[in-house]
Ligand binder design. Sequence first.
Ligand code: FES
Ligand SMILES: [Fe+2]
Length: 397
Amino acid sequence: MLNGKNDSKIYKIINKEKLDIVSKSIDESHGLPNECYISEEYTKIERKKLFEDKWVAIGVASSLPNIGDAKPFDLLNLPILIIRDKDKKIKVFHNVCSHRGYKLVNKSGNIKNVIRCPYHSWSYAFNGELVATPHIGGMNKHDTPKFDKSTSGLKEIRSFVWLDLIMVNINNNEVSFEEYIKPLSDRWEKLWTKEDRELIKHSNDYGYFKLNAKCNWKFAIENYCESYHLPWVHPGLNAYSKIEDHYHIQGLPNRFAGQGTNVYNPRLKGKEKFPLFPNWPKNKEHVAEYVALFPNVMLGIHKDHYYAYWLEPVSYNFTLEHMEIYYVGDHAANSKKFKPLRKQNLKLWEDIQKEDVNIIQGMQDGRNSPIYNGGNFSPIMDNPTHHFHKWVATNIV
Ligand code: FES
Ligand SMILES: [Fe+2]
């Protein structure tokens, strides 16, 4: 007899055994099957199950500093609109006109007063309310008793701003974001207190870069979870941060995984040093943690800076990677004094991430091999990556 799960749509695309084996213990499991990386049909299910049903990052609030700043964002073709409203709050809507379905906002910019649809000029306030419907009742009749404006506003998407990241739960079915993030937030409290987190400031000059990855978004997360590749992919980094200096991180409930290091010690040139988070423990100054919050955010915490590296999946084989870098307070993030340091730090991360992009792009091609069964993990080195694969294999059903 079929129950709801056994009947899942996904089994029309992927043989059930191939997904079940992923969740076995690491020495008996295989990684996710090829379909998860090369199938458009699969990606449609993935958008719903791993993105719309979860808390997903779609941008950062500091990139929309002013009232009326608006940005369209497409999540695997699902049109979304982010706007800063009159109360200076971030609001997220489905980016589609309630009239005939025109995609309302197509480029980033500042909107004055109302969000106006270019097609028939229906206009929405920043809170989503439909406020103008020109000639809806015939020439010069902008209202009609036959049409109730109040039911045709923009459809809001549940959102939460956390450490500047704009997180959304499109299908409004996940636990609250506070509850969702609690296991990670609690873990970090010993290192990076909530008080210290309030101090982060996005750098305006060397605080952002974007990379194109010609591959599936999951490769970026998997790669981020492990330090096994360090000696070969990042020889420069490995000179001071070796495999043996790293430890695994696997969150429970399963929502995040990654790695930590005990030897964080950036070699930036110059006499200046970035200010430190004031409550970061003195005996942990060389600890840094790199955690992937599933599905699409990679976080890095250090005594002197924080970053959020978030993924924009465009299609099953193309991903944009956005790096946002933050420092301790505005002086560190934006003053002239620390500019040379910020420049070096950005370059350091950009070089490392480019090395990663180069390697993960090679994995896309490997997934076209019909004999590849998802792979055999190292039972010692690949645990956080396996953790992520299990997250996908269970949540996709
Ligand atoms: S489709 Fe937007 S006003 Fe007609
Ligand atoms: Fe790497």
